[in-house]
Design a protein around this ligand. Structure first.
Ligand SMILES: *Cc1c(COP(=O)(O)O)cnc(C)c1O
Length: 419
């Protein structure tokens, strides 16, 4: 199961109007737990996840992958989009395999009944690998210690663990180091002969993938190819080599090998924003309902510290979403929302639970209960996650993975049809 800070999920039409009868009869319930679509009022903070956009993005990636197969990376709860529904949508649209960071993430997919290959690649060497081996989670190996632990667990449960070797080629994070490589290959061949493991893949990760012409990419590719040769000489012939993340999949077809490993592009965000959208469609719309509309007189301050003072009489809207839900406080006064058919500036400090936007003196016809979009598809003036990334001096990966707290996920579209 996802971690305790995960957003809750529900499948319902995003535009469901609040049911007025509910408030009178419903017992007290935590606001972040939506019991069922029929008893739910539209969420105050909501991440609408468009599974048809996932399918579209997988098709784009498959086109770029050519003969290589696509491993859809759904780590970190599918970049906070919901691992199981995104995984199912990606597989239905043509992804062949799934990639995650941790054993728990791999087990969550297997326990949900997903039968496609799932590779998990970031572990401590003292982890308990037995449940993952039994459940059929494939394991990335990054050192002789990791290999020994997996072999030990495989012997204990009496099964063959399917493994992929993560090779250090220049990122200098996770991966078998050059110094340990020769000994590692000896151990690996021995373990495979013993049938404790089956070596299915060899992979590596790029340091400069978002700079398609960077010379380090070629260095890494050369080291990777050499390591594959070493493995071959040790009698190991894995069926799949892979090193391309989203950026490399879309910009360096020479790095396809047998499989590509895109993550962010599945979620419709360009891995190289300055090169355009690659026709990807953003999957997440982060939005909220207007809790309150009120007048603020000229000279009055809004929110903590009164960092914004009304320059004239105006009307503001209160949105019940704050930094605990994924709107960084550093965005105070530096973001717009889409509301009442136009962009409205966020004013004053972002607080834990709420933000305020200025509607102007006439209020723009906005009413309590209307929907405001923090970021979404970026079309016709709707803000895009990349805008937040630029304002915050970060990348959109961090923007979408920060959506949390009381935000409720609503899935639309997908392989099972409209929800
Ligand atoms: C996260 C990750 C990916 C996906 O990267 P994107 O830039 O999101 O496409 C691929 N491979 C590994 C090893 C990763 O950790």
């Amino acid at each position: 199961m996802a971690g305790s800070n995960a957003v809750t999920s529900t499948a319902q039409e995003p535009d469901t109007e609040p049911e007025t009868a509910r408030a009178a009869s419903a017992p007290e319930a935590p606001s972040s737990v939506v019991a069922s679509p029929s008893s739910a009022v539209a969420p105050q903070a909501e991440a609408v996840i468009d599974l048809d956009a996932v399918a579209h993005n997988i098709r784009i990636l498959n086109e770029h992958a050519g003969d290589a197969s696509v491993m859809a990376v759904v780590k970190a709860d599918a970049y906070s989009h919901g691992a199981v529904p995104v995984a199912r949508a990606a597989l239905a649209a043509g992804a062949r395999e799934l990639g995650v960071a941790t054993l728990e993430e791999g087990l969550e997919l297997k326990h949900a009944g997903i039968t496609a290959p799932v590779l998990s690649w970031l572990h401590t060497s003292d982890a308990d690998y037995a449940p993952a081996i039994t459940a059929g989670v494939e394991l990335g190996l990054s050192s002789p210690r990791h290999l020994a632990a997996v072999v030990d667990a495989a012997r204990r449960v009496g099964e063959t663990a399917t493994v992929s070797v993560k090779i250090e080629t220049g990122l200098n994070r996770n991966g078998v180091s050059h110094e340990e490589w020769d000994d590692f290959l000896v151990d690996l061949a021995r373990a495979e002969a013993e049938r404790a493991i089956r070596v299915k893949g060899m992979f590596s990760h790029l340091a400069h993938a978002d700079e398609p012409h960077h010379p380090v990419i070629d260095d890494q590719c050369e080291r990777f190819t050499r390591a594959l040769d070493d493995a071959k000489h040790a009698g190991l012939v894995p069926e799949a080599a892979h090193m391309a993340n989203s950026a490399a999949t879309l910009t360096r077809t020479d790095l396809r090998f047998e499989m590509v490993r895109p993550g962010i592009a599945i979620y419709g965000l360009s891995p190289v924003p300055r090169m355009g959208t690659f026709d990807l469609r953003p999957v997440m719309t982060f939005r909220s309902r207007v809790a309150l509309v009120k007048k603020v007189a000229a000279g009055e301050g809004v929110s903590y510290g009164h960092t914004w003072i009304a320059p004239h009489d105006t009307i503001v809207a209160l949105l019940p979403v704050g930094y605990a839900d994924g709107i960084p406080r550093a965005l105070s006064g530096r973001f717009d929302v889409w509301l009442g058919d136009d962009r409205r500036p966020g004013i004053g400090r972002v607080s834990m639970d709420q933000v305020v936007v200025d509607l102007g003196p006439d209020g723009a016809g906005v009413r309590e209960g209307d929907i405001a979009v923090f970021f979404g598809n970026g079309e016709r003036g709707v803000p895009h996650a990349q805008e937040w990334a630029e304002a915050l001096d970060t990348i959109h990966y961090e923007v979408v993975t920060s959506v949390r707290g009381r935000t409720v996920r609503t899935f639309v579209g997908g392989p099972d049809g409209p929800s």
